[in-house]
Design a protein around this ligand. Structure first.
Ligand code: ZN
Length: 279
């Protein structure tokens, strides 16, 4: 499975992927998209969501790509064109992320419904091994105890990672966000079943290794504690924000002693961070 991007379309093994164009677009990007926004469809197949994006009954939503549970993508909007996936949204002073982002929709039901002793989709289909978790902003039903979420199959994550790597390389994407990062009061996708820290590391880590840059980047949206020693028992000396670059010097288990790089690229202080949150 090899994805490439050419003419603002996604190609797989030398052929462009299936395209079901949506008319719900905002025209060509005025500025290069800096962000990649990950969603779940809250729906059945990728095809059903792509069909909805081009339905005459829908004049308000679309996304660039919908990726099915088996990893098969469908393109709905060309990658040089604004899609309508983010809605009211904000990130680091940018309001309305549609005009600055590429939207990836993953076929996934999201939060499940409790029925009997188990968890089902809204249509009543049982999901055998749901992820039981609480959304960090509270669950969509307002509860704050673990509920069932549909897991993302490995094939879907693998394909999404490959596609995201190509998007980062083709468009110079600098940040990967969830819809729940940019619209936290309205949205809960891609939700707790999606391992965003791992996804960011897999996508941005690979892109950076191709650059030969020795620095690592802080990946959690809400930042990473820089500590005075290798463990959570040591005091926090600074909260490093998403995207901060660090150079590792020394390792103790999964803890790294790092130099924190300033905006000018020179080390400005040292401390310890856990490697799971770096890419
Ligand atoms: Zn969404």
């Amino acid at each position: 499975m090899t994805f490439t991007i050419r003419n603002h379309r996604l190609w797989r093994d030398g052929r462009h992927v299936e395209t079901l164009p949506s008319p719900n677009t905002g025209g060509a990007f005025a500025e290069t998209p800096r962000f990649l926004v990950v969603h779940f469809t809250a729906g059945a197949s990728a095809r059903s969501s792509a069909e909805w994006f081009r339905s005459p009954d829908n004049r308000s939503s679309s996304a660039h790509l919908v990726i099915d549970r088996d990893g098969t993508p469908i393109q709905c909007v060309a990658l040089d064109t604004v899609a309508w996936h983010a809605g009211r949204s904000q990130w680091k002073g940018v309001a309305g992320l549609n005009s600055r982002s590429i939207g990836l929709e993953l076929a996934n039901w999201g939060a499940l419904t409790r029925r009997g002793g188990g968890w089902t989709t809204p249509s009543g289909v049982a999901v055998a091994d749901p992820v039981l978790a609480i959304h960090r902003d509270g669950n969509p039903d307002g509860s704050r105890t673990p509920i069932g979420w549909e897991p993302y199959p490995a094939a879907q994550i693998e394909a999404t990672t490959e596609i995201a790597r190509r998007l980062v390389a083709a468009y110079g994407i600098t940040e990967i966000l969830g819809h729940d990062d940019i619209a936290p009061t309205r949205k809960c996708d891609p939700g707790p079943a999606f391992d965003m820290a791992r996804f960011r590391a897999a996508v941005l880590g690979a892109a950076r290794r191709e650059d030969g840059d020795p620095a690592l980047v802080v990946t959690p949206a809400d930042g990473l504690n820089l500590r005075s020693g290798p463990g959570t028992g040591w005091s926090v000396v600074e909260l490093l924000t998403l995207g901060t670059r660090v150079i590792p010097h020394e390792r103790d288990g999964r803890w790294l002693s790092v130099g924190v790089l300033g905006a000018d690229g020179a080390p400005r202080r040292t401390g310890w961070v856990h490697e799971a949150y770096l890419a």
